[in-house]
Ligand binder design. Structure first.
Ligand SMILES: Cc1ncc(COP(=O)(O)O)c(C=O)c1O
Length: 416
């Protein structure tokens, strides 16, 4: 348990850069984790070390050998983190770019007259790719509506629209607007029950920081993440793809290895920071359990992260100490319900009579970083049906504290 262990919370916070201060603002509480999580200090050091190395991979010299070994190790570490027993990991420009590449490849290889299915809850990264490439490939796009009240899409909702001719499916793992996590394994099972060979691609970008990734359980073909949202840094995305998706005809250099998906020279330092991230999860797993086997330690870390983040969001919603929670503040509405078991460290709210950007500014002036989601091309899919022009997104990670929640509640209470 993290919540009853102040020494562990301190040890966790000590491992992250800028945990309580911003180099541009000074002291600040960071509740903008859905926009980009804090960076591990080890990842900062590793990035700087590799940035200074001039050598390229694939040469016969000691530096090149070391770079290739670093990349191989990072991929093996990622396989433990995400429980991948087959398939491959590769880097791209961003999570968005990788989702486009995976979805595009799946669509252009789908049989004529096939269908693509996805949900209105998805981030535009996967929705836009699926809409654009289904059009180009002459495939019908089927939209599975999400539930406005819970901010979720369910396996049953996919089942209702599934047909055997669906060849490509997209799933959002966690929503950056509602904060709710979808049951990816159940949705994938529902899709495969009707179309067993469907290529299923998951946007895991928002979920990754909250622990508990299990590709074996999901039975999907692609899973994309953005490492800056998982304690590494900006500048690249990572995808895992199944052996089946790996082997489909895809953009690549003529005569290159047919299952290679990397484009050009790789950033070894980016890969190396992933090993730092996995080491961090491994360390945390050792702190919260007696497990010795690496995957078991990762699983223990994931459970502890989820439990502590739920504790923190409950404190925000139900109150902490003498402070009332958001549910008790008449001027505040919580999106997707106060009691929602699918919540992953994120609470979106609106304040009666106030524009969300103004609330975000007031919070910023008090040293509390949150973010406005507007009903634009990023979040309109969730906010428009609720009749909301915007909302305030408060997004946590397991290095946040109950004391930080108390400071947030103090400011929000006074907005009445
Ligand atoms: C669920 C989800 N998908 C995709 C993206 C886009 O990620 P990136 O900008 O790292 O490509 C985001 C960013 O917030 C996201 O939350």
């Amino acid at each position: 348990m993290i919540q009853n262990n102040p020494d562990l919370i301190k040890a966790i916070r000590d491992q992250f850069a800028h945990v309580d201060n911003c180099p541009f603002q000074g002291d600040r509480i960071f509740f903008e984790n859905a926009g980009g999580a804090l960076t591990l200090k080890t990842a900062v050091g590793t990035s700087s070390k590799y940035a200074a190395i001039p050598d390229n991979q694939g040469r016969d010299n000691p530096a090149a050998h070391a770079l290739v070994a670093t990349i191989d190790k990072a991929k093996a570490d990622m396989a433990v983190l995400m429980n991948a027993k087959s398939g491959q990991f590769f880097a791209g420009e961003s999570g968005t770019e990788l989702l486009f590449r995976l979805i595009r490849t799946a669509c252009v290889n789908a049989p004529k007259g096939a269908k693509v299915i996805g949900s209105s809850i998805e981030h535009p990264a996967s929705r836009s790719a699926a809409r654009r490439w289904s059009d180009i490939a002459g495939l019908d796009y089927v939209n599975v509506p999400h539930d406005d009240a819970t901010g979720l899409v369910t396996a049953a909702a996919y089942t209702a629209l599934m047909t055997p001719d669906v060849a490509v499916a997209t799933i959002l793992h966690a929503s950056p607007v509602t904060g709710m996590g979808m049951d990816v394994a159940a949705i994938s099972k529902a899709i495969r029950a009707v179309s067993p060979d469907c290529i299923i691609i998951v946007d895991g970008i928002q979920h990754a920081a909250h622990g508990q990734m299990d590709l074996e359980a999901y039975n999907v073909d692609g899973y994309a993440i953005s490492p800056y949202k998982m304690f590494s840094r900006h500048g690249y995305g990572i995808a895992w793809i199944s052996d089946k998706l790996s082997a489909l005809p895809h953009d690549m250099l003529i005569d290159a290895a047919p299952t290679g998906w990397e484009f050009g020279t790789r950033d070894t330092g980016a890969y190396a920071t992933l090993s730092d991230v996995v080491s961090y999860f491994d360390w945390l797993g050792g702190e919260v359990s007696n497990e010795v086997e690496p995957r078991k330690r990762i699983e223990a870390a994931g459970r502890a992260i989820h439990a502590y983040e739920t504790h923190l969001t409950n404190a925000m919603i139900n109150g902490t100490g003498n402070l009332p929670g958001l549910r008790d503040m008449d001027h505040i509405t919580i999106l997707a319900g106060a009691d929602n078991a699918a919540r992953e460290g994120l609470v979106s709210i609106v304040v009666k009579g106030m524009a969300s950007p103004d609330v975000v500014t007031i919070l910023n002036n008090q040293g509390i970083r949150t973010h406005t989601r507007k009903a634009d091309h990023y979040s309109g899919n969730v906010l428009d049906p609720l009749g909301l022009p915007d909302c305030i997104r408060i997004s946590l990670c397991h290095y946040n504290t109950e004391a930080e929640i108390a400071q947030l509640l103090t400011v929000l209470k006074d907005l009445a």
